[in-house]
Design a protein around this ligand. Structure first.
Ligand code: ZN
Length: 461
């Protein structure tokens, strides 16, 4: 593979040894070889990075890529209406539709600076669906984790795969197709059933199965006490990543923090539907839990993690202020632990924390020799860089639109503002075709959602 030498950039490395420094970065093949001043390399392509911030590519720890074709479908949704309107569409998604949605999602994510994605794939109805999902991730060139969901969202009876242990065999088949090598671009994870006393036996078996494959697990953690429950049964570990966790107790977070665990949260998705407390971010952070962001549902949120980070920062500040006032601290003042997050803390939620949560923290998420060359060139040439911590510039003073170039494992995926090796018109047409096909199967049309509203006591209509 080629050598690329980025000259005269400003490196925001997220690496303690390298720090933030005006420097060159030499990429050799898939990895970063050197970071330093006045580098030279025979045979390397030289890229002028003057005015560019060279930073790690961002990682998303929780996204349902199959929903990409339904962008804007429930912009006005509220409460539980995402579940009543979007999940039923899974029953009409064919493998070709799934490929188109996942591929389009990956391309948009890459374009907006996300180089790594945990695809929580809960639209797998058949082995052909699983194959299509893996192919789409692989074809995108993104670093991805295919999270094979043991449940699936199809309740129509059309699924060729029953939920739970009935899927083990097909997951083993996928496992045999994918390398477990850390540097491999597409790896497998298992998404567990919901955790409850009734499902205990099944979930414990699923965790055992997940570990027998040598892969990581995740689950939608939507009730208090789930982490404590798994810990009591002796199976909780940092290789299992709870997603959401809004209702986690302090005891749950004590356990998670003590084991160096991660919590995947999605600031826009959590706040969109007015359903969830967000206190777990600060409570977890104080206990050593590493918060890792994601965007969750492309139906409502747009790709790119800048806005997730910014909301994380401002929302936590708002909550910190409210808490201070509840304790009669007015005007609020700075004291240990308040405010909760610095901008650097927030940048970790899309770089180092996510890479660690995905099990690749020693080779992804930092700009340093030996790390995979997953990096971004963030343009500061027009309006300059904010003063102070460069992380502050990324979180508060830049946007996805500033991302000029994106590299994954030493390959340019976006260069000078344009995607590389992607037929954009074909990608978009396939995404729209998939959307129309899925809606037709569900008796719906684009632009006119047949909304199922949800109200207490009236059920779903
Ligand atoms: Zn989710």
């Amino acid at each position: 593979m080629a050598k690329v030498l980025f000259k005269n950039g400003f490196v925001l490395s997220m690496n303690d040894k390298v720090g933030d420094v005006d420097a060159d970065v030499l990429v050799d093949g898939t990895t970063i070889k050197q970071v330093g001043k006045n580098l030279a390399a025979a045979g390397a392509e030289v890229v002028d990075a003057t005015g560019m911030m060279i930073m790690p590519g961002m990682s998303d720890t929780h996204c349902h890529l199959w929903e990409t074709p339904f962008k804007g479908r429930i912009a006005e949704g509220w409460g539980m209406e995402y579940f009543t309107n979007i999940h039923p569409l899974a029953s009409t998604v064919d493998p070709e539709d799934l490929y188109a949605g996942i591929y389009a999602g990956c391309i948009e994510a890459l374009y907006t600076g996300t180089t790594s994605m945990f695809d929580y794939s809960h639209c797998i109805r058949s082995p052909e669906h699983a194959d299509a999902a893996v192919e789409a991730l692989r074809d995108s060139g993104m670093r991805a984790i295919f999270g094979y969901d043991l449940r699936g969202k199809d309740h129509s009876g059309r699924s060729a795969l029953a939920p739970g242990a009935a899927r083990f065999k097909d997951i083993e088949r996928i496992r045999s197709k994918l390398s477990n090598d850390k540097a491999s671009l597409v790896r497998l994870a298992v998404c567990l059933s919901e955790v409850s006393p009734e499902s205990a036996k099944d979930v414990l078996r699923e965790v055992e199965f997940t570990r027998s494959l040598g892969v990581r697990g995740s689950w939608h953690c939507n009730k208090a006490g789930e982490i404590e429950f798994l810990d009591k049964h002796g199976v909780m570990g940092p290789d299992l990543m709870p997603a959401h966790g809004n209702y986690t107790t302090d005891r749950d977070l004590d356990i998670l923090g003590a084991m160096g665990g991660f919590l995947s949260t999605q600031t826009e998705a959590e706040t969109y539907a007015g359903r969830r407390s967000m206190s777990m971010m600060a409570r977890g952070h104080r206990r050593g839990v590493k918060i890792a962001l994601g965007m969750d549902v492309p139906v409502i949120m747009n790709y790119g993690l800048h806005h997730q980070m910014r909301l994380c920062f401002y929302l936590q500040r708002y909550m910190d202020g409210v808490n201070e006032r509840h304790e009669a601290q007015s005007p609020v003042s700075r004291r240990p632990g308040v405010p909760t997050f610095s901008t650097r803390d927030v940048l970790r939620t899309t770089t180092t924390n996510c890479a660690e949560a995905n099990g690749v923290g020693d080779i992804v998420g930092q700009i340093a020799p030996g790390y995979q060359a997953d990096l971004l060139l963030l343009d500061t040439s027009l309006f300059g860089r904010a003063e102070g911590d460069a992380a502050g510039h990324v979180v508060l003073n830049s946007s996805s639109g500033d991302i000029k170039s994106v590299m994954v494992a030493g390959e340019f995926r976006k260069r000078d503002g344009k995607m590389v090796g992607v037929d954009m018109a074909k990608m978009l047409a396939a995404r729209e075709k998939a959307r129309d096909h899925i809606y037709a199967g569900a008796g719906q049309v684009p632009g006119k959602p047949k909304l199922g509203y949800w109200h207490w006591g009236e059920g779903v209509s």
